[in-house]
Design a protein around this ligand. Structure first.
Ligand code: SAH
Length: 404
């Protein structure tokens, strides 16, 4: 879930300008229409009340469990959780802080979308704390989409919304409609076959002195990655950082010739949609959030503190700034897995251009992206020129070609 934050509406004044003073009546009228404007939340509610067929929105009751809810209200059609009482559960102990991600509850091993290569480390004892499951709801929140939704916008409007009309960055580049990935060791891979990418996202296996279900890379191995050669000037590099990598990541930006321009924060929620209070990270404070640093590749001759040509350079001008917020609230999943919502944020910011993810796993592969990692299995490629270069460079390796 992206955080649905309505942007403060711009007070419109068609004859804006210091020369014309607005009358009180105009201001009152404007404020009145603003106050009556539908918020994102009421729009969702209206959609959800249309009855039948497509599940749209399933709000969770703030009381969490049905018992707690019934103590407060007569009726509630929101979703609830109920405790799972196993033979070894001791309800007097209270909630398990890991909930559905607890290695000591069968739910973790049985959930097909969890646990991919991230099984428990150390012994697993049956957890005696309370775990929860969603109460099978008799009144599901179904809704049909109202007529004319999604709106059938004219192509020219869609193009404009996607920022496709003003040239620059990905002009002429049609990203493949299927995901592409290459299974490799990024330390020895020949990057010259890849070409360039407007956006790179990396979630490196930092050596942060934590027990992790995969191998890590030393700081020097990270420093040696030829990231700079993979991007044009003003390309965007997004780096997930945690612990001491918050400093190391910034050092890498300086070393590779990038300038940090923003930072997105992922606020982690648990199965019950509450803030994570005792996750598995944080040596000092328990970590409730993770950080994605966003940087731009500086041209070699651009002094670090000179202004960024936001409005004149085509790559920067074509970015759709001011759409998303710098906070994503999303549920935690397997160890290290990042929320899918972040792809949406990046794709809305830079709809055009090639996109590369470094250190991705199978679940990270996405249409429009090329993913590199060492847990990906047989590689899949859809760009024919890239396929040819890879096949020529690595004749012994299998690169399945898929046409789009
Ligand atoms: N962002 C990912 C998690 C990345 S964890 C997600 O959302 O799931 C880091 C990944 O980097 C792991 O899959 C790990 O196996 C991989 N990795 C570690 N060393 C690597 C190397 N030398 N080359 C390629 N991948 C590597």
């Amino acid at each position: 879930m992206d955080v649905a934050v309505e942007r403060p509406p711009v007070l419109e004044n068609s004859e804006a300008g210091p020369s014309r003073k607005r009358s009180n009546a105009e201001t009152v009228h404007e404020l009145d229409s603003l106050l009556n404007r539908e918020t994102a939340k009421t729009k969702l509610r209206r959609l959800a009340s249309h009855g039948c067929s497509t599940p749209v929105f399933n709000p969770i009751c703030p009381s969490t469990t049905l018992t707690a809810c019934k103590a407060l209200r007569e009726e509630c059609d929101k979703a609830h959780f109920e405790p799972i009482i196993r033979p070894w559960t001791d309800p007097s102990l209270g909630y398990c802080s890991y909930l559905n991600l607890c290695y000591g509850d069968p739910m973790f091993a049985n959930n097909p979308s969890l646990g991919e290569g991230t099984g428990p480390r150390g012994g697993t004892k049956e957890c005696r704390y309370l775990h929860f499951q969603v109460v099978p709801t008799t009144q599901p929140h179904y809704a049909s989409l109202p007529e004319g939704f999604p709106p059938n916008l004219p192509k020219s409007t869609i193009k404009r919304l996607l920022g496709e009309s003003n040239g620059g960055s990905g002009e002429g580049y049609e990203p493949p409609k299927v995901p592409q990935w290459v299974n490799c060791d990024v330390r020895s891979f020949d990057y010259s076959v890849l070409g360039q990418f407007q956006v790179i996202v990396a979630d490196p296996p930092w050596d942060i002195h934590m027990s992790l279900p995969y191998g890590t890379m030393t700081d020097d191995e990270m420093r040696r990655l030829p990231v700079r050669s993979l991007q044009p000037d003003w390309g965007i590099l997004c780096l997930w950082v945690t612990g001491r990598a918050m400093e190391l990541g910034r050092e890498l930006f300086a070393l590779w010739g990038y300038k940090r321009v923003d930072e997105l924060v992922w606020v982690k929620t648990n199965q019950l949609q509450r803030l994570i209070r005792t996750g598995r990270t944080g040596h000092w404070l328990n970590h409730t959030c993770e950080h994605l640093l966003v940087a731009l590749k500086l041209p070699a001759d651009h002094p670090r503190d000179d202004p960024i040509p936001w409005d004149t350079h085509p790559l920067l001008r074509d970015l759709r700034k001011g759409v998303d917020t710098d906070v994503v609230v999303a549920e935690v999943r397997e160890t290290s897995r990042k929320p899918d919502e972040v792809y949406g944020v990046i794709e809305r910011l830079a709809p055009k251009g090639r996109k590369l993810e470094l250190f991705g796993r199978k679940h990270n592969t996405r249409p429009g992206w090329l993913t590199l990692g060492n847990q990906l299995g047989d590689s899949q490629i859809a760009e024919s020129d890239l396929h040819d270069r890879l096949a020529q460079k690595y004749p012994a390796q299998k690169f399945t070609f898929v046409s789009t």
